[in-house]
Ligand binder design. Sequence first.
Ligand SMILES: C[S@@+](CC[C@H](N)C(=O)[O-])C[C@H]1O[C@@H](n2cnc3c(N)ncnc32)[C@H](O)[C@@H]1O
Length: 532
Amino acid sequence: MNRAILSQKINGELIDRLKNDPEAFSSFIQNQNDGIIIYVLEKLGRLENGYSKEPLLNLLNHVNENVRALSIKNLAKLGDINLLSTFSKYANTDESTFVRREAVSAIGRLRNEKAIPVLIDLLKDKDPKVVMQAIRGLLVFSYKENVISALKKLLNHPSELIREVINKEINGVQYQSKSQQKHDEFPEFLRNMDWEQKFLNKIVCGDSLLLLQEIPDKSIHLVITSPPYLQQRDYDGLGIGNENKVEEYIDNLLKIFNECVRITKDDGSIVFNLGDKYENGSLLMVPYKFAIEAIKTNPIKLVNIITWVKLNPTPRQFKKRLVNSTEPFFHFVKSDTYYYDIDSFMNYKKSLRSKNNVGNKIGKSYFELIEKSSLSEKEKQQAKKELLEVIQEVKSGKIESFRMKIRGMHSEPFGGQEGGRKIQLEKKGFTIIKILGNGLKKDVIECPVETIKGTKHPAIYPEYIIQELIKLLTRRDDIVLDPFVGSGTTAVAAKKLNRNYIGIDINPSYCKYAESRLKDISKENNLFELFI
Ligand SMILES: C[S@@+](CC[C@H](N)C(=O)[O-])C[C@H]1O[C@@H](n2cnc3c(N)ncnc32)[C@H](O)[C@@H]1O
């Protein structure tokens, strides 16, 4: 029985079985690594009073603070007042602030007057995060005299945030926590606490859906990521992508996407890169279904679908289908005032052109043709002036090249822009056709699929594309977040470009690998290969 459970894929069915069989749960946990235990604890869902507490109580001594905290979180769902002393013990003595905070939250969730003295005692804690959780638990009883007088004492608390919260409460400004918000939803005032300390320039291991809730609204400049593809990769069976149906996958992805929208600044951007999947010989259109739902359910705009053209797609030629060699990057924004530095995007092309390809002879033959032409002196002067200007545009890299047509020397052009080239030729005596070429910033990026020697991560996206998008959509010192950071590519690109990064992944071994990649970076080392 246990063997069978141990070899099973971790999915909803298995978690339901573990939930209903405490013995199986206990032996399953004994044989798993921390990542799997954390995953199962995160997915336990609703637990009723009467559920066997033993397996969770045993985990309270686990060495991993996340395991201890999640065990407390699950025990708290039971609403059992008999757990008050256990919660109180961990709230007061655990070495990890994270666990202590979860234990205070669990005491608050009991919503029982017996917990009031314990919570009041915790208001004296040195850690403002613990105090905040105690305040939250006590606010439920703000109709009680002793609670209000204990809270009032915090008006002189050293933490400004605590003073502010108490001030507002006492002056009648209601927090959601007091009214509609359920205790297991994340209260806004707790979000603001030290989130940077936990996340900024860190790889944080856990489920993005839960972790993103700790980040305040409108605090991130760019969310850029590549979620797991539907059923296409195996990340040890953890997290998103293991769903059986495309609808279920998109629903799960949207929950995380909605959080990404919430935490993005009004002038920020969100970029999601997704891959498609065949079912019975037909593409499911997963990326596009996701994008349509994302726009439908959020107040956002889709600015571009940037196509990544893979220069080295999987070399498997099918008889009746072409090789898929593209993937979309969806660029979403929250407002029309989004930050956009088009000059920095692929700007190396400009410098290459201006340095290498433009000699001094450019346009020389046109000067000779103008002189030889039958244009009036005034027309010749104007033609030479505009010719000099357009040569300058080529030299500076603004345009790739140009062609000039001179009345009487060249054949007539067919219509065209700028009031019609034919008319220009008639009235001015010449027309200049600018060729923007690579100077045009297009919604296509050509780049090979990357592999990193020695890594076990199966789906690394190209650092080059991410660097270009980071330059396009953020300033120096902005915050770039990837909720599915995998091998750490986004964080690596952000660090090299002097941006702050936040990387989240559910798989502990990928988190470790990402951290090791980040350690090896020197900030100056921001060169990348060019694919032009
Ligand atoms: C396509 S990979 C990302 C690869 C990454 N762009 C890179 O270059 O290495 C997707 C990642 O999402 C992680 N993941 C899946 N579900 C998750 C969740 N709910 N929260 C956080 N990470 C998750 C997987 O472990 C996997 O590493």
